[in-house]
Design a protein around this ligand. Sequence first.
Ligand SMILES: [Zn+2]
Length: 225
Amino acid sequence: MNDPKLYQFDLPQRGRPQDAALSDPWYPGVQSYWDRCTSKRSVDPIYGIRAVVIHATAGASSAGAISVMKRRDDPASFHWLVPDEDEAQHGHLVWACTPEALAAWHVRNAASHPGVNGGAGRVNHWSLGIEVVNAQKNDPFSAWQIEATARLVRYCWAKYPNLRHVVSHAKLDPGRRSDPGGNFDWGRFKSLVIEGADNELPALVAKAVPLSRLRSPAATPCCEV
Ligand SMILES: [Zn+2]
């Protein structure tokens, strides 16, 4: 079993992708929640971005993950959501959930690690957050979920010139979090990010899928402000 508290790699100076294209439709209706679960970044929204944080939802559905953005008490948020293998969007698209220019609330303000941006706190202000739908424990990640997450990071790498760190939530907040968990194949994920293999990655093509095909919310999301 891999230890998610050790998951981190730093992007090399060479090898930055040229192509920043990404097809990531907004999760339907998500715009109405931004006022309660995002902040204006304290850093430049392009040059100030230093890290991408990888999460898993500890819940079984995209709708369940989105439900944390809706709640009045202790809402949380993230920039992208990677669907689970039994959802209609799996293999086709990732959901955009929060504007990249805003700070999403996916890591506690007090959490930090000396190996990530010099140990700075308030990680949300200088990071982007990706949530992968996964129940953890005995729920495996699909190969496509790993590939889609890698493609998202490559998109970020191409777009943000000072992006350096790719790190797990568990490493930033080891006393309270273990996501994305030991089932997340960090080695393969790192290889896909660094080496690209874009030709092998399935395109993240947006397709119109009726919300009625989404499963009902049934998740306890992992993240918090
Ligand atoms: Zn998390």
